[in-house]
Design a protein around this ligand. Structure first.
Ligand code: NAI
Length: 292
């Protein structure tokens, strides 16, 4: 497969500079991962308060994966806060990972399209929105591809390279080449609601949520899934993904979360899971607090 990807254009492409827009759960971790793998990364967000903790998480990752203090310090120099988006014009790869809202993503892409370097990869990390809908506002919709990373980025090698009907082999080959260059495992998939993994995984998680809403113990359900061989139970996973993200993916898949459900109640209360300290579970120091 990697041979054919090379033929499609991955070969010889250089990816020295990466610009990430959105410094939340995913954007922050994608930026840190690219810096770990040697790229110069600029990280943009509308809120500086999101960039700072992302850089801290980056530092923790570098300390874990790199041997010397010198290497950690050098990696930190490669990961730069860029609230104004100055890195866009220089970047070889631009990855958007802002909130899962079509209008926000479209506005970002039309705002930066004129600044891009020729040949730069333009990618979205959307988990559920069909690529064509994001791309249709661009002057050149063929530029946009999906690079869909999985959470937690540092632990999961899979990257879905999403191909829209506008794309040619050149953009897809380059996207897959970039994923390989940062040590990930690309799989090319067609644009469709939920793409490949979420299309299968989300109904599983929603099925578990339904059981919990019906009174089943979430701890028991998660423990059963782990005993079955899953690395993490479905409720803990939903909290890790983020309830707001889960709700958007569910909607895209035509399985909207009922307004009167506990799930919807948690989202309206801002209890979005691990990232806010509470979702189905309470979270302390990155660990779900399991009571039963
Ligand atoms: P998040 O809510 O943690 O982060 C979103 C960030 O975008 C926030 O820091 C926010 O300040 C920023 N933002 C909003 N509007 C912006 C703008 N106009 N310009 C710059 N920054 C802006 O969300 P998360 O979970 O990181 O998701 C981001 C994207 O990644 C979404 O498209 C989501 O569907 C996708 N995704 C999420 C996964 C997950 O497990 N959470 C997994 C794979 C993809």
């Amino acid at each position: 497969a990697s041979e054919s990807l090379k033929k499609q254009g991955a070969k010889g492409a250089k990816f020295a500079r990466v610009h990430v827009i959105g410094a939340g759960v995913m954007g922050g971790d994608i930026a840190a991962w690219c810096a770990l793998r040697g790229m110069a990364v600029t990280l943009q967000d509308i809120e500086m308060e999101r960039i700072k903790p992302a850089l801290e998480r980056g530092k923790a990752l570098f300390k874990k994966r790199l041997k010397s203090k010198r290497e950690v310090d050098t990696a930190m120099l490669r990961l730069e806060a860029d609230p104004k988006g100055k890195g866009v014009a220089r970047a070889d790869v631009i990855i958007e990972a802002v909130v899962e809202k079509l209008e926000v993503k479209q506005a970002i892409f039309s705002g930066i399209e004129d600044q891009l370097k020729p040949g730069a990869i333009l990618a979205t990390n959307t988990s559920s929105i069909e690529l064509e809908r994001i791309a249709e506002g661009l002057k050149d919709p063929a530029r946009l591809i999906g690079l869909h990373f999985f959470n937690p980025v540092a632990q999961l090698p899979l990257v879905e390279v999403i191909r829209s009907t506008f794309n040619s082999d050149a953009e897809i080959g380059k996207g897959a080449g970039f994923a390989l260059a940062i040590g990930k495992s690309p799989v090319v998939v067609k644009s469709a609601p939920g793409f490949l993994v979420n299309r299968v995984l989300m109904p599983y998680m929603l099925g578990a949520v339904k059981r919990v809403e019906a009174g089943e113990s979430k701890e028991l359900l998660d423990a059963a899934a782990v005993a079955f061989g899953m690395p993490m139970g479905p409720i803990e996973l939903m909290d890790t993904v983020g309830l707001d993200v889960g709700q958007s993916v569910a909607r895209e898949l035509g399985q909207a979360v009922p307004a009167e459900s506990k799930f919807a109640g948690l989202v309206s209360a801002g209890k979005l899971g691990r990232k806010t300290g509470e979702g189905f579970y309470k979270w302390v120091d990155g660990k779900a607090q399991k009571g039963e």
